[in-house]
Design a protein around this ligand. Structure first.
Ligand code: SAM
Length: 426
């Protein structure tokens, strides 16, 4: 059976000592969540989900094709937020929440990110699924953006519902602190205060210890990702890393397992990676998987991960890739020559990431991914494989373009050198 692009994309090849690999899954959560249940029932420490909000919109993503002086702007659909018949969205939301609740660790936390359109529905659904006593907070994420022309109040916040796994659960919780208000600093300075009622009246006393700040409230002022900000990766509805950082710092410890089943541009996964949490992420869209993959590959010291597909959702090899293999001794040079995507989009400048896989003979699995950096250098189009033994090898290349279309190329090469052992890649 011919394997598809993302079936076995492991990065890097060697297994980590504890056997754990983070996972990026390309698939519809309707298929992914039941698949995860077999392995992760009651095991996920933090679930964050930022699903479509029922806006009725189609969102597009933007990318720069090519590199250096030869760059053009490309745009394609990222995802649709349209639900057809009345009630379609709510039924979908319920299905997703039911699937997520089953995965939650007994000391875990669930964060559901929505806005005025559906947060009230989600709250009722979660009260039903987890009981109202599992509710912990309604986080208001307040941001500033350009005002719109409206005869209503400006909408400048999203809502994140924060639940524990059940009514009697004691979820992991770390108090974070915000800086003291300027008025407090002016009046009391930076030392801790204690209210003293011994005289019958309230008097404040100053302690010798420095104050860590004000314990974090449920209203969070965090800027949206600016259009020209360093964090921006060209995906619509991308959330700021500062928001996810707070969530993960509040509700998880290092090594904990984090899930985002609508990962979009991969914000949750990138922050989890940076904070030393283990992660599983999924999205139904090729553009989301492509963006997330490149975002992760651009992180220094990326820990082992695998890229897989679950179900039939999205993708499939729709582009055509051309490459060349050249052997010298035990080394094989793999060189990408050309790419043609749907709609006649042509040139290696369209590729977002590619990986090497091998089939037959001395098989090696899909391996190091090469990702196009977001700003600077072009995508590396060449790699060298070193074999330990002469023979005839089949090499499979898998690629994903900047709009999420996939391509595959297969070739055979005779390696003339001689040394016993197995194939390795560098
Ligand atoms: C609001 S965006 C998430 C943005 C993300 N938090 C970020 O920071 O980039 C919602 C995502 O849900 C994904 N999505 C929609 N329906 C899905 C489904 N059935 N299964 C998996 N992902 C889905 C979309 O492709 C989209 O990327």
């Amino acid at each position: 059976m011919r394997r598809q692009l993302l079936d076995a994309g492991r990065y890097p090849r060697r297994d980590p000592p504890d056997g754990w690999r983070n996972r990026l899954i390309h698939g519809d959560l309707a298929a992914v969540l039941p698949a995860l249940r077999r392995e992760f029932k009651n095991k996920i420490n933090v679930i964050y989900v930022d699903p479509p909000f029922d806006t009725g919109d189609v969102f597009s993503c933007k990318a720069m094709v090519g590199s250096g002086g030869d760059k053009t702007r490309a745009e394609g659909a990222a995802y649709e937020d349209r639900w057809g018949a009345e009630g379609g969205y709510l039924a979908w939301l319920r299905g997703m929440l039911e699937g997520l609740v089953e995965l939650l660790h007994p000391r875990g936390s669930l964060f559901v990110h929505l806005d005025w359109r559906a947060s009230h529905h989600a709250r009722l659904l979660l009260d039903e699924l987890l009981t109202p006593r599992a509710f912990r907070a309604e986080i208001i994420w307040r941001y500033r953006r350009w005002p719109t022309r409206t005869s209503n109040l400006q909408r400048m916040h999203d809502t994140i519902l924060y639940y524990a796994s059940g009514p009697d659960a004691a979820p992991v919780f770390h108090t974070l602190y915000e800086p003291l208000a300027p008025s407090t600093l002016r009046t009391f300075g930076t030392r801790k205060q204690r209210a003293d009622f011994s005289s019958g009246e309230r008097r404040s006393g100053m302690l010798a210890v420095e104050s860590p700040g004000v314990p974090l409230s449920d209203v969070w002022d965090i800027s949206i990702v600016a259009p020209s900000g360093k964090e921006r990766v060209g995906y619509p509805t991308q959330k700021p890393e500062a928001l996810l950082e707070r969530i993960l710092r509040v509700a998880s410890d290092e090594g904990d397992l984090v899930l985002d089943c609508c990962c979009g541009s991969g914000t949750t996964l990138a922050v989890a990676e940076r904070l030393g949490r283990r992660w599983v992420g999924c999205d139904v869209g090729g553009p989301a998987v492509q963006t997330t993959l490149r975002r992760l590959l651009s992180m220094p010291g990326l820990r082992p991960m695998s890229v897989q597909r679950v179900g039939e959702g999205g993708g499939g090899a729709r582009g055509r890739l051309r490459a060349q293999l050249r052997a010298e001794g035990l080394e094989v040079e793999v060189k990408l020559l050309d790419y043609e995507g749907p709609g006649g989009k042509r040139g290696l400048g369209w590729l977002g990431a590619w990986a090497i896989d091998g089939l037959g003979g001395e098989r090696f699995e899909a391996d190091g991914w090469f990702g196009r950096p977001f700003r600077r250098a072009p995508l590396p189009g060449r790699a060298v494989l070193t074999f330990r033994r002469a023979g005839v090898y089949q090499v499979v290349l898998r690629a994903i373009d900047l709009l999420g279309n996939e391509a595959q190329w297969e070739g055979e090469i005779e390696v003339p050198g001689f040394r016993p052992g197995r194939a390795v890649m560098r």
